[in-house]
Write a protein that binds this ligand. Structure first.
Ligand code: NAG
Ligand code: NAG
Ligand code: NAG
Ligand code: NAG
Ligand code: NAG
Length: 476
C-alpha cells in the first residue's frame, strides 16, 4: 500500500496580510467500491465520499489541505496531484480563492488524469458578492455536481481504447452522486429541498470526463450570475449546457428532484415541457459584470496563435494541435525553465513561449464541442462558438469554453500575460487530453526564474518527480 502525505497550501489575501480564518482539512484518498447508479465498481474517494467533501471557505480564509494518499487499486492510477480550477497559482504556492471552483486530480505534472474521480467542489461565501441581493440561500445544499459515470475504471477503459477499441462512453449521468443506468435499479434520486418564495443560488459544477449536460428545472427559469468564478450580468434562461462536451449522456434518465416543503415525497412523473420556444443559453450573450473588455481592445494582439486541431486516428485515440500530439516531457516544463531561462522544448511538448505583459490571442480551428481549458488565467472569449459577432467590448470571461464557430470565425480567446509560469491549455474532455489534445504556454520564462513574480519551489516539490519516477509501475 502506498502512503504518501502531500501538503497543499492555499492562502488568500495580500502578501503577509491574512485576514480570514485558517481552515485545515485532511483528505484521505482511498479505493473503495461504490454504486452511485446501482452498479458497484471500485472508485477513488476523498474521505470515503463521492463526490468529495465540500470545501467551504469565506473570502480571505486560508486553507491547508493535508492529502493522505491511500489509493490501493492497481487498475487505477495510484499517484495523484491536485489541480484547482479558478485558482491561478501566482508564484506557484499562493492561491487566491474566489467563488465556485472545483478541484480534480492530475497526476505528476499533468501527465495523467483520473476522469470523474476525486472531485471536490469548493464554495466561497463572499460578503462583497455584487449579486448578494439576488438570492436568499447559498450553502452546501445548493451545490449541484453533474458527472458522467463509467462502470469500468479509467485505466482499463483507456487501455482498451488505445488498443484500437472505441472511445469510452459513459454508462450514466449523476447529479450529486446519484443516477440511473438503462436496465439498472431505481436508485433514489438526489433531492434538493426548497421553500416556496425563496431564491436559491445553485452552484452547478460539471465533474464530467466527457459528457455534457443540458440543465433545466421544470417550470422554472434560471438566472445565470456567474461562470467559472467570474460574476456576469444576470442572464435569464430556460436551459443551459455545461461542458465538457459530447453527446452521450442519456438525458431521459438523468434527474434530480427539486422538492418544495410540503409537497408529496413521490418522484415527479411528468417531464419537462416548455410552453413556447425555450430561452437557450448562448455563451456570447454572457457579459462579465466587472471590468468588461478584452485586453488590447479592438487593436491587434501582441502574439497570435492559430491552433488547428484534429484527430489522426480512425478510433480517435490520437489528437494533435498543429500536427503535434502532446506528450509529457521527462523533465517537467517548470524544472526545465528554472534550470535555463532560455529553454528549448522537444517537439512533442507543444510548448509556446509567451512574452510578458502582452496580449495573447488564440484561435481554435477544428470541430465543435471540445472544451478548451487554460491554466493560470481566465480569458475573454472574443469569438464564441455559440455565435454572435467578434466582441472586444464585453465578451464572456471564463477559463473553459467550447470549440466551434466557422472556418472564417473560429472560437477565439484573449488574455494578458501577468502570471509567469508554464500553463497547460488542453481539451477538458479527459479522453482527448489523454490522446494528446494539449499544448503548453511557457509564460515569461525569465520572469519565472527571477523578479517579483518568480517561482521558488521548495525542496519537497523539487523531489516530487524523482519520487514519482522511482515508484514501481503499479504505484504510478
Ligand atoms: C435512456 O434511458 C431511458 C430510461 O431509462 C431508456 O428507456 C432508454 O432506452 C435509454 N436510451 C439509451 C440510448 O440508452
Ligand atoms: C430534504 O428534506 C427531507 C424531509 O424533510 C429530509 O429527510 C432530507 O434529508 C432533506 N434532504 C436534504 C438534501 O437536505
Ligand atoms: C442540448 O442543447 C443543445 C443546444 O444548446 C442542443 O443542440 C442539443 O440537442 C441538446 N441536447 C439534448 C439531448 O437535449
Ligand atoms: C492565423 O490564421 C489567420 C486566418 O487564416 C491568418 O490571417 C493569420 O495570419 C494566422 N496567424 C498566424 C500567426 O499564423
Ligand atoms: C505593460 O504594458 C502596458 C501597456 O503597454 C504599460 O502601460 C505598462 O507599463 C506595462 N507594465 C509593465 C510591468 O511592463
Amino acid at each position: 500500500m502506498v502512503s504518501k502525505l502531500f501538503r497543499f497550501l492555499a492562502s488568500a489575501g495580500l502578501l503577509g496580510l491574512v485576514k480570514g480564518a485558517q481552515v485545515v482539512q485532511d483528505w484521505t484518498l482511498s479505493s473503495q467500491p461504490i454504486a452511485p447508479d446501482g452498479f458497484t465498481r471500485s472508485a477513488a474517494l476523498v474521505n470515503g465520499q463521492y463526490p468529495g467533501p465540500l470545501l467551504a471557505l469565506n473570502k480571505f480564509d486560508s486553507a491547508t489541505i493535508n492529502v493522505n494518499n491511500q489509493l490501493s487499486d492497481p487498475t487505477m492510477r495510484r499517484s495523484t496531484s491536485i489541480h484547482w480550477h479558478g485558482i491561478f497559482q501566482h508564484q506557484n504556492a499562493q492561491y487566491v480563492l474566489s467563488s465556485t471552483y472545483f478541484t480534480h486530480s492530475q497526476a505528476c505534472l499533468e501527465m495523467m488524469v483520473l476522469p470523474s474521480l476525486l472531485n471536490v467542489p469548493l464554495l466561497r461565501n463572499d460578503p462583497e458578492d455584487p449579486h448578494l441581493d439576488l438570492y436568499d440561500v447559498d450553502d452546501e445544499t445548493t451545490v449541484i455536481s453533474l458527472s458522467d459515470w463509467y462502470h469500468t475504471t479509467a485505466f482499463n477503459l483507456e487501455n482498451a481504447w488505445f488498443a484500437g477499441g472505441p472511445e469510452p462512453v459513459p454508462d450514466s449521468g449523476l447529479i450529486n452522486g446519484a443516477g440511473r443506468f438503462t436496465g439498472g435499479p431505481d436508485v433514489t434520486l438526489t433531492r434538493v429541498n426548497v421553500t416556496q418564495g425563496k431564491r436559491y443560488r445553485l452552484r452547478l459544477v460539471s465533474l464530467s470526463a466527457e459528457g455534457f449536460f443540458n440543465v433545466s428545472i421544470q417550470n422554472h427559469r434560471m438566472t445565470v450570475i456567474e461562470a467559472d468564478g467570474i460574476s456576469t450580468e444576470p442572464y435569464v434562461v430556460d436551459f443551459l449546457s455545461i461542458l465538457p462536451a459530447q453527446r452521450y449522456i442519456n438525458g431521459t434518465n438523468t434527474f434530480a428532484v427539486l422538492h418544495y416543503g410540503g409537497a408529496p415525497d413521490a418522484e415527479p412523473t411528468s417531464s419537462q415541457v416548455f410552453a413556447s420556444g425555450p430561452v437557450i443559453f448562448e455563451e456570447f450573450k454572457m457579459a462579465p459584470l466587472l471590468n468588461p473588455g478584452a485586453p488590447g481592445g479592438d487593436g491587434p494582439a501582441d502574439q497570435v496563435f492559430n491552433f488547428t486541431f484534429t484527430t489522426t486516428a480512425a478510433n480517435g485515440d490520437v489528437w494533435t494541435i498543429n500536427g503535434v500530439q502532446y506528450q509529457s516531457p521527462t523533465v517537467p516544463t517548470l524544472l526545465n525553465i528554472l534550470s535555463n531561462p532560455d529553454p528549448t522544448f522537444g517537439a512533442h511538448e507543444n510548448t509556446f513561449t509567451l512574452m510578458p505583459n502582452a496580449t495573447i490571442e488564440v484561435a481554435f480551428i477544428g470541430g465543435p464541442g471540445h472544451a478548451f481549458h487554460l491554466h493560470g488565467h481566465t480569458f475573454d472569449v472574443i469569438q464564441s462558438a455559440s455565435g454572435g459577432p467578434l466582441n472586444f467590448v464585453n465578451p464572456p470571461r471564463r477559463d473553459t469554453t467550447a470549440s466551434g464557430g466557422t472556418t472564417a470565425n473560429p472560437m477565439r480567446i484573449r488574455f494578458r500575460t501577468d502570471n509567469p509560469g508554464p500553463w497547460f491549455i488542453h481539451c477538458h474532455l479527459d479522453w482527448h487530453l489523454e490522446a494528446g489534445l494539449a499544448a503548453v504556454f511557457a509564460e515569461d520564462p525569465a520572469g519565472i526564474v527571477s523578479g517579483p513574480n518568480s517561482i521558488s519551489p521548495n525542496q519537497a516539490w523539487e523531489q516530487l518527480c524523482t519520487v514519482y519516477n522511482n515508484l514501481p509501475d503499479d504505484e504510478k
